[in-house]
Every structure is written in structure tokens, then in C-alpha cells.
Design a protein around this ligand. Structure first.
Ligand code: VG1
Ligand code: CO
Length: 562
């Protein structure tokens, strides 16, 4: 019997504009009548667009609250819109990197990811819907703009209210819809992704390093923060690499992440930091809710900044089989990310790109064969093996390097700094500020950097002085498709390569989050082990003075310091 397609009249909502990484809103917003339906219809019509009829899409998310309801809605609406097949993770679960892997492996038209990444979950938390294109990467701005435009004029959506698929049951289910066959394939969320990791890395080398005899083995601790990564981590580290089950912490995915921010930084992953401080482990890592971010710690919680993590991996890619086979074609980082990787690129004679914040900006370079490894200061690292950042990949890359060099994490960093110098970095986040003072601060800064007389000006704090070499609001022209992205962040660059950067977050769900990024380069070996906060204090003071941040926002301290 054929299932009925229903056309439901609807009206546009305000503000369904995807941000840095999909449409991220509180669950309450998504639960408004027809809000989610509108956004799904806009995604199908505007993003999948002309290829919608007969298309195959991947659907999965990080298991957060509202994920199952949204998956069910997507199934019913895809059926009604003529999609031919959906590949869905069992119970609606796929990590973000796994979705990217599945889109590429099965050459689907795209995929829909249900996550708000590192934002808290639960009935009072956040939810998000993100569309990835056929290369496996986040939709570029041209596509997200088209989705937004569609939501402003939408008049109806299509749905099969009576279609019932069981997303808990592995295997294929078929339905007759309007004379066509609609197939839902429920997949093991872990299998294809883990198989791919085994192709990329030398598991037996890593295994002998992390599960060798007592006293010789590197003890690792993996904290999945009750996000989607628990099952992936167990499969890889316990089943494949022979680590004890006790090396897995918070490995059961929960719809509210146990009430925490599933954000792997020094503040929200304090559990991992405290565990590592006990000194029993030589390596620790945490992932965010959807598994694309990672934080790396060494013995006694020695912190590896994501900037340095990227540079160290860049410096050692040759010990990873994937790069032995495919070669290394260039590096990239997001603009606020410190320039440690640039130094490695220069030494190796490799291209190095600086793109705006957000993984979507790396995709074209990878597709064009000019980029192999990239990262962001926000705990994102990845390669051209897929088109998303990939937390577990980064951990396996680190373990490959440690297995190869037999060095500790700290020694690896110290040796790296001895070779290249150290790019000190810190990020201050002022979360949930009132929007209007935050916007005023940004527009004042915009006027400041637009004034050519800023160049040459000297700012001082304590006994340090810095002369402005360049200042602007970062504009980016994609080297491949020549698309232009304007005003991606205020940069004040000094003549010793230090930088002060301001931008507003594009992933927050309420108010404004100001991000202040500070970078200072040091080539004096005696200073390499100093704290970033101490080294960068004068620049932080100057940034606060220039921006009037405290006066405008009333915030005397950031909510998160990295
Ligand atoms: C933040 C990070 C950015 C990252 C984005 C998505 O964006 O700064 O580097 O790409 O989150 O990461 P924003 O606009 O809030 O600064 V995830 O793990 O949410 O997909
Ligand atoms: Co994420």
C-alpha cells in the first residue's frame, strides 16, 4: 500500500539563518510548531535542491535530546520529498566525522547532522541541524544562504505522517511512496568509520605502544564527555588497541551529556585535567558532543594547545601510512589559530592557507588537492581523509607519532619549540553577553582598524611595547572558487608577529559571545615553559584597553580561558 504524502501550509519564521556550523538554537525554539519542519523543508529544497528527487542522504547525530524526534521528522519529510534512500545511524547516532566518512564512502548527495556540537544538551539545552554536501563537508555559504532565503518565503512543507520506520533495527526497510520505493537503511554507526581509521593508521604499531607490558606501556585516558564518541572510543581503544576498559571515562552517550558542556577545553573538561594531574597516565584526550573536536594532554595534565597540536602533527605526518601513500599537499589553519603550523610549512616548503573560522572553508582546498592537514584553535584538527575535523583521528595521529618517536607528549612539544620557537596563544570567551554592547564594541573596533593612522602606533603595557604593523577586518577570497567572505574578524598585527583578534561567535544560541584571541611569538628558549597567561599579559591588557570590552559589556572576566 502506498503511503500518503501530505502538503502542509506553513509560514516563515524569523532567524533561521545557519551560523558557523548549521542552525543552532535552544531545543525550545526547535520545538515550536512547524519550526523544525520549515528548516528541514528549506534544507531539502534549497540545499539538496535539483537533485532531491531520487537522492540518497545520510542522517545521524550526537544522540542529544530531540535527536530522535528530528530524525523521525526527517525520514517522513524525505519520503514525501522524493528522496530515494536514507542511510541512518542506529538510533539516529553518527558522530560528525562518521557522517562525513559515510557520505564519501557511499557517494551520497549529502547528509544531515543533528548536533549542537559542544553546546549543552537536554530539554533546556541546544539542538542543531547542519547540512553537509556531497564532498562530506559542511555546506558552503552559498548553500546556507540559499537555505536561509528559502525559510523567509516558505509556504508549505511535505510530509508522510503515517510512515513509520524503526531506527533501532539494523538493516533495510522499504516503503512505497507515490509510486516510488523509499528505502531506509539503518547502519552500525561505528563500523565504516573504524574500518577507515584502520586503513589510515598503523594500528599494530599504536597497539604495541599503548597496550604493551606494564612499565613500558603508555597509559592513556579517554574522556568522551557523555557525547557520541563513547562507542567509537571503546571500539578503537579497548577492542582494537587492547587498552583496559578503565581507560574509557564518560563513555555512555547521554541525551543531556550528564548536564555538562560537552566541550573539550580546560574549563569544561576539568575532569580529564584532574585525572591526568594524578600522574598515572602519559596521555589523555577528550572529545566534544559530536566527536569532531579533541583536547590532548600529556603526563601531569601537560596541555597541548590546538595550535601546537596541528604544528606537531604537520611536522610528523610521514609516520602515518595514509600520508606515506597519498603524500602531503599543504597545510591550513583558521585565521584566529596561532601560526605555529606556518613555521612548519615554511621549513618543509609547503603551501599554507589562512581561512575564516569554520571547517567549511577548508573543503575547496582539499577537493582541489592543495590541502592535506588543517586545524582550528577551537580544538579542531583534521585531514583530507574526510571533510570534517575529526577528534578520534587527531588522537590516533598523536598516538602514531608517540609510538614512532617514543617520546612523551611534553618532550615532543619542547623539542618542537626548540626547532621552531613557540607561538604562545590564549583565547578569552565572554559567553552570553548582551548583543547590543557586543555589536557596538565590534563596530567601534571596525572603525579603529579602518583608520590608516593606526599602523605605526605603539601600545605599551608594563615594560612591553608593541608597534602596529597591520590592522583590518579579515576578508577572505577562496583561492579555488573565488567566493569572498567579508568581515571575518578584527585583526591587529604587531611588528613582532604578535596578534590581537576579536570576533563574535557564530555558534551561540542566545545573546552574543565575544572571542578574544591573543598570540605572541617567542624564540628565547628560556621562556618556552612559561605560562601563556604570563607571557601574553601585556597583550591582553592592550586588547582590553583598545576595545573597551569591560566598560561596554560590564564583564570583568571571561567565562572561559583557553
Ligand atoms: C566555533 C569555533 C570554530 C568551529 C565552530 C564549529 O565557532 O570557534 O572554530 O569551527 O565552533 O565547531 P564560533 O563561530 O562559535 O567561534 V563544532 O565542534 O561546533 O562543529
Ligand atoms: Co563539534
Amino acid at each position: 500500500m502506498s503511503i500518503t504524502v501530505k502538503t502542509v501550509p506553513t509560514k516563515p519564521f524569523d532567524g533561521q539563518k545557519p551560523g558557523t556550523s548549521g542552525l543552532r538554537k535552544s531545543v525550545k525554539v526547535y520545538q515550536q510548531p512547524s519550526y523544525t519542519e520549515n528548516f528541514i523543508q528549506a534544507t531539502l529544497s534549497a540545499a539538496v535542491g535539483a537533485s532531491l528527487k531520487g537522492s540518497t542522504l545520510v542522517v545521524g547525530g550526537d544522540g542529544r535530546y530531540f535527536g530522535k524526534e528530528a530524525t523521525d521528522l526527517i525520514i517522513k519529510m524525505c519520503a514525501a520529498n522524493g528522496v530515494s534512500k536514507l542511510l541512518i545511524g542506529q538510533n539516529g547516532i553518527f558522530s560528525t566525522p562518521a557522517v562525513s566518512c559515510i557520505i564519501r564512502k557511499y557517494k551520497t548527495n549529502g547528509g544531515i547532522i543533528l548536533t549542537a556540537s559542544h553546546n549543552p544538551g537536554g530539554p533546556d539545552g541546544d539542538f542543531g541541524i547542519k547540512y553537509n554536501i556531497s564532498n562530506g563537508g559542511p555546506a558552503p555559504e552559498s548553500v546556507t544562504d540559499a537555505i536561509f532565503k528559502y525559510t523567509t518565503t516558505i509556504k508549505e512543507y511535505l510530509i508522510c505522517p503515517d510512515l513509520k520506520a524503526d531506527i533501532s533495527k539494523l538493516g533495510t526497510q522499504t516503503f512505497k511512496v507515490g509510486g516510488n520505493t523509499f528505502t531506509v537503511e539503518i547502519m552500525d554507526p561505528v563500523a565504516d568509520y573504524v574500518a577507515y581509521m584502520k586503513e589510515i593508521f598503523n594500528f599494530s604499531s599504536i597497539k604495541s605502544h599503548v597496550s604493551g607490558p606494564d612499565g613500558q606501556r603508555l597509559n592513556i585516558l579517554i574522556n568522551s564527555m557523555h557525547g557520541v564518541m563513547g562507542p567509537y572510543a571503546k571500539k578503537v581503544f579497548v577492542e582494537e588497541l587492547g587498552c583496559p576498559a578503565s581507560s574509557m571515562v564518560n563513555a555512555v552517550p547521554l541525551p543531556d551529556f550528564g548536564g555538562h558542556h560537552p566541550d573539550p577545553n580546560l574549563t569544561y573538561a576539568a575532569d580529564l585535567v584532574n585525572d591526568l594531574k594524578k600522574g598515572h597516565h602519559g596521555f589523555g584526550a577528550a572529545f566534544d558532543g559530536d566527536g569532531d573536536r579533541n583536547m590532548i594532554l600529556g603526563h601531569n595534565a601537560f596541555f597541548v594547545t590546538p595550535n601546537d597540536s596541528l604544528a606537531v602533527i604537520a611536522n610528523n605526518l610521514e609516520c602515518i601510512p595514509y600520508f606515506q601513500k597519498n603524500g602531503v599537499k599543504g597545510y591550513a589553519r583558521s585565521m584566529p589559530t596561532a601560526g605555529a603550523v606556518d613555521r612548519v610549512a615554511k621549513a618543509k616548503g609547503m603551501e599554507c592557507f589562512e581561512v575564516p573560522t569554520g571547517w567549511k572553508f577548508f573543503g575547496n582546498l582539499m577537493d582541489a588537492g592543495r590541502l592535506s592537514l588543517c586545524g582550528e584553535e577551537s580544538f579542531g584538527t583534521g585531514s583530507n581523509h574526510i571533510r570534517e575535523k575529526d577528534g578520534l583521528w587527531a588522537v590516533l595521529a598523536w598516538l602514531s607519532i608517540l609510538a614512532h618517536t617514543k617520546k612523551s607528549v611534553e618532550q615532543t612539544l619542547v623539542d618542537h619549540w626548540k626547532q621552531y620557537g613557540r607561538n604562545f596563544f590564549t583565547r578569552y570567551d565572554y559567553e552570553n553577553c548582551d548583543s547590543s554592547p557586543a555589536n557596538k564594541m565590534m563596530s567601534d573596533l571596525n572603525s579603529l582598524v579602518a583608520d590608516p593612522s593606526l599602523v605605526g602606533k605603539v601600545y605599551s603595557s608594563g615594560n612591553k611595547s608593541y608597534k602596529v604593523a597591520k590592522a583590518d577586518n579579515f576578508n577572505y577570497t577562496d583561492p579555488i572558487d573565488k567566493s569572498v567572505s567579508k568581515n571575518q574578524g578584527i585583526r591587529i598585527i604587531f611588528d613582532d608577529d604578535s596578534r590581537i583578534i576579536f570576533r563574535l561567535s557564530g555558534t551561540g544560541s542566545s545573546g552574543a559571545t565575544i572571542r578574544l584571541y591573543i598570540e605572541g611569538y617567542e624564540s628565547d628558549e628560556s621562556k618556552y615553559l612559561m605560562s601563556a597567561q604570563d607571557v601574553l599579559k601585556p597583550l591582553i591588557d592592550i586588547a582590553l584597553k583598545i576595545s573597551h570590552l569591560v566598560e561596554l559589556t560590564g564583564r570583568t572576566a571571561p567565562t572561559v580561558i583557553t
